[in-house]
Design a protein. Structure first.
Length: 298
């Protein structure tokens, strides 16, 4: 038989739990997770540096070592007047988005392994908000990294024909591209619950996706089987949309659209495809997160 004091204590506990739960808002949960993941990144900058250094190496090496040979292929594919630096920078911005998105799943696995993910699951926070907040923090860092690549590209001689608005547009395309791979790496993390498996699985896709696309050379200069693969490769749509903005001309190679006129014919189809992939993979990631339970991650 419970005493009045015990009953009062139970009632107070129940009221406090109810108050805590009702005090949570979706955007509040998003903000909490946004801050937490950014603080975690600041405390472990090594992953951020690695995800940025590799694309920078690609940018410098490809422009300095292969610039003359690749430049001839670009001239044949897109016409005279477009330097290889200008052609390559949009591809490197997409590579940055891809490399940074890989770290998203690694961070989640780290949370699973140290028990933090389990603690988050038992809080009253909305699980969709948990994923959105985490993704928002990664999008913020990806945007900063893309700007760094654009500045470095300009120093190497790349020309952004659309100016400041073009920079904003390229950053937006890079972010839009990154969302599907962020979702994929997080889904992989939840399914494998193992850091090595997540890293290997995500990295195995990175280079085939990059090289079997229009990232480094015009598709017309590549074998037919690569052109066929590029049709189903998200990198192609991200790179061509960013490159259309960079050059201020329609350079979309896998979808022929003439509804909008000029640059938008190369941007809109790529953006539309990326949005579709983002919604599909994002839905899968949120579903897996919502199905996760503390017993799943022990």
């Amino acid at each position: 038989m419970s005493t009045p004091n015990a009953e009062d204590a139970e009632g107070t506990t129940a009221d406090s739990r109810k108050g805590t739960s009702s005090g949570n808002t979706f955007f509040g949960d998003v903000w909490v997770n946004f801050k937490r993941w950014n603080l975690k990144a600041v405390r472990n900058p090594f992953v951020l540096v690695v995800s940025l250094v590799q694309p920078i190496i690609f940018l410098v090496l490809f422009t300095q070592v292969f610039g003359n040979v690749a430049g001839e292929a670009v001239s044949r594919g897109l016409g005279e007047g477009i330097g290889y630096e200008t052609y390559l920078v949009p591809a490197i911005t997409i590579q940055v988005a891809l490399a940074a998105a890989i770290t998203s799943g690694i961070g989640l696995v780290n949370d699973i392994e140290n028990g933090m993910f389990e603690k988050v699951l038992v809080t009253p926070m909305n699980r969709t908000a948990v994923f959105v907040g985490k993704t928002a923090s990664e999008v913020f860092r990806i945007a900063v990294q893309i700007v760094i690549i654009l500045v470095l590209g300009a120093l190497l001689g790349a020309d952004i024909a659309t100016g400041v608005l073009g920079i904003v547009g390229i950053v937006a395309v890079g972010i839009l591209f990154s969302l599907w791979f962020v979702s994929f790496s997080n889904a992989l993390a939840i399914l494998t619950r193992d850091q090595e498996s997540t890293i290997i699985g995500a990295n195995l896709l990175q280079f085939p996706l990059l090289f079997l696309s229009s990232a480094f050379l015009p598709l017309g200069e590549l074998p037919g089987w690569i052109q066929a693969f590029a049709l189903f490769n998200p990198v192609t749509y991200g790179v061509d949309a960013a490159r259309s903005i960079m050059i201020d001309r329609d350079v979309m190679t896998v979808i022929d659209v003439s509804w909008f006129g000029g640059t938008l014919d190369g941007v809109v189809p790529g953006v539309a495809v990326l949005i579709g992939i983002d919604l599909l993979l994002g839905g899968i990631a949120v579903y897996l997160l919502s199905r996760a339970s503390s017993s799943d991650v022990k």
